[in-house]
Design a protein around this ligand. Sequence first.
Ligand code: HEM
Length: 444
Amino acid sequence: MRTEKQIPTVPLNRFIKHSLEILKNPLPFHRKNFNEKGDVFRLKIGFKNEVFFIRDSKFAQYVLQKNQRNYVKSKIQTEDLVKYVGEGLLTSEGEKWKKQRKMLQPAFHKKQLENLLNGMQDTIISEYACIESNKTIDLFPVLNDLAFQTVVKSLFTKAASGKDMERLQFITEANQRMLVKELRQPYLAWWFNISGTLKKHLELSKEARTILKGIVEERKVSGKRYDDLLDMLLETRYDDGKGMTEEQLIDEILIIFTAGHETTSNALTFTFQLLAMHPEWQDKICKEHSKIKEQTDDLMTLVMSSKVCQQVIEESMRLYPPAYFIDRVNIAEDHFDGMTFEPGSNLLFSVYEMHRHPDLWQQPESFLPERFSEGGRQFSSQYFPFGAGPRKCIGNNFAMFEMIIAISELISKYKILPGFETIEITPLITLKPKNAFLKFEERP
Ligand code: HEM
């Protein structure tokens, strides 16, 4: 006979009492609740609404991998985001998602990504041109631009005009900010409607689709091949031999922009901040980089052999996971560790807390890249920067390659010094850096 475990509850009045603090940064509130209530608790966020907060990594594995068929993503990804970016890989469910994942997977294989590495490096070097020695700058906007341009150039190589790309970047970022407002201030939904704010943003999405259609048309007419992601997306076929419709292709491109740019720029920024605080790891990366460069200029060899750089990135994403929550909703009633979850329960897995759980990590709050010396795989049951299971990030290799090139390029040219005391964060849809003020000293 199963003994039923009661799930501890954080009452609505506590949620309301802390609402201002939660709006600014909800993480300390959640940490306090986890410490008091345990690794699973129920937070009442309305008279009828509640969310289960979880930092039990076995539960995460169960939901994301073992019993993933019983789970869908929450409304945030499958409805709220859809109105801006359409129904593509990140935002679809069921058979549609399965079909798209199977079709898109080959475009993100290591072998295919090899074609993109030289373009990535060129983009990264040109983005770094704005960095001046001995001047403190906020590095986040530079890296945000870098990550956007890397995705854009990987999709479109040379074919797209600078003006169109600027507009696409503006629209992607403006709509992301709007989504944050809608999620954080749902009580203003009526105002966003009557003031025309929502309409304005939906118009922007339409404009982005028109720009992208133009680029796709131009590519089709030109008959030229660039071996970039757009070529891959145009050539890939479903099992019945048919390609994607143009609307589906545009959805997938918008999704790649959204999923692939902010996450990467956040991870890169936090990594540089951590490196600024731990100069000994800058030296290690620099040494490793020059050793590899003595032997080869081949970028695939560089990214595959940059083990120290990879450890640093992995440790940085442990402490500051850009996707700091993963959400799921169960279709049928489910049970885990003596707890029962009614159909339609909202489960929020705190990647941030699992990555700092004192039972799972030694010195969880310290920056110790050496813990990843055997690779990230040994921690696959407790380390989820790219998610887990069939919906794991399709762009994880893309992101790792881009970050390794971006870090080794900068660290081999400059010593980085911190212009801040401690790393501060802004948790929005992704975990964003707040004070990446850094100074650069040219290496001799
Ligand atoms: C450091 C950078 C990145 C991080 C931390 C990250 C994180 C994640 C996570 C956690 C998920 C799973 C979400 C869930 O299960 O609910 C995901 C999915 C996804 N990511 Fe990434 N991502 C990164 C970069 C990228 C890049 C560069 C691309 C594309 C070029 C990309 C495209 C996607 C897509 C399309 C999905 C949806 C996959 C599916 O549902 O089948 N991501 N990402």
